[in-house]
Design a protein around this ligand. Structure first.
Ligand code: ADE
Length: 269
């Protein structure tokens, strides 16, 4: 899959892309990401990309011509259908389902806005406008990086263990179950003001649930399902209406609702 990202802060975007799973996928050639400096598509000596708004008011607006030139140049360099996404707080909220939709495009172009906004006429070249949340950032670079990361994970070969992508939060509309690694027990240092010898809720929270040490894979699988559903019920109950639950999970949900029970977060192992 190919991404083109257009920004006035190419160094910021490139630095983030070099790290972790995405950086390795780029290194292997599983992903191709090109970062374009919008200033390279200006025609004036000072590489100006913004101007005052018609009608007056505070702030600056990104000029249309550099964007048109940048998008034309990207289209010319990569023939074939590309999907152009503008990051903006006015866009459709980004979700895991949207990451899945975007991952089916061969070629994504991410347009990172700045200042008060982009000249409205640039929208004639935009296929989709996406927001990463109901808050305002100073530019579209972080949203573009969020999208590249979430989309790239869904491309076969990007994440080493594909099962972890299938299991993780939101892939089936559920939050993730709790994870543990060694050691099986931790000794909690007494908190300031706490009696060091006292048995506290922390002791239970610092012990790995016994089922995970049992070697009983069927029991572990069921425990994980139960914990994922309990956590979703507790933290994000609205997700359950759209979650793709199997028969066993629906049964677990009925039990949890009947018991008012919430899993390890309530100290129940
Ligand atoms: N640009 C500024 N804020 C944004 C947001 N919340 N999502 C996407 N792009 C943005």
């Amino acid at each position: 899959m190919t991404f083109d990202i257009v920004t006035i802060f190419p160094a910021m975007v490139e630095a983030a892309l070099a790290a972790g799973v995405v950086g390795r996928a780029i290194g292997r050639g599983t992903l191709a990401v090109t970062v374009h400096d919008l200033r390279g598509f200006t025609a004036d000596r000072h590489h100006v990309v913004d101007d005052v708004p018609y009608g007056g008011g505070p702030g600056m607006v990104m000029k249309p011509e550099p964007w048109f030139r940048a998008l034309d140049s990207i289209a010319a360099a990569r023939p074939g259908r590309c999907h152009v996404v503008l990051t903006s707080p006015q866009g459709r909220p980004f979700t895991q389902a949207m990451a899945g939709e975007l991952s089916r495009h061969e070629h994504l172009v991410l347009v990172c806005g700045r200042y008060e906004g982009i000249d409205e006429r640039v929208r004639t070249r935009i296929d989709e406008e996406v927001s990463i949340g109901d808050y305002v950032l100073s530019g579209g670079e972080l949203p573009a990086l969020v999208m590249v990361d979430a989309v790239a994970r869904l491309i076969p070969g990007v994440v080493g263990d594909e099962q972890s992508v299938i299991d993780e939060s939101f892939s089936r509309g559920l939050l993730d179950f709790p994870h543990y690694t060694r050691p099986a027990t931790l000794t909690a240092p007494a908190r300031p003001g706490e009696d060091a010898g006292r048995e506290s809720d922390t002791d239970a929270a610092l012990t790995v649930p016994a089922v995970l040490l049992s070697g009983n894979h069927a029991a572990i699988r069921r425990w994980r399902k139960r914990e994922a559903i309990a956590r979703t019920l507790r933290r994000r109950p609205e997700l359950l209406a759209a979650a793709a639950l199997d028969d066993e999970e629906r049964e677990i949900l009925r039990e949890l609702v009947a018991q008012g029970s919430k899993g390890v977060e309530d100290g129940r192992h």
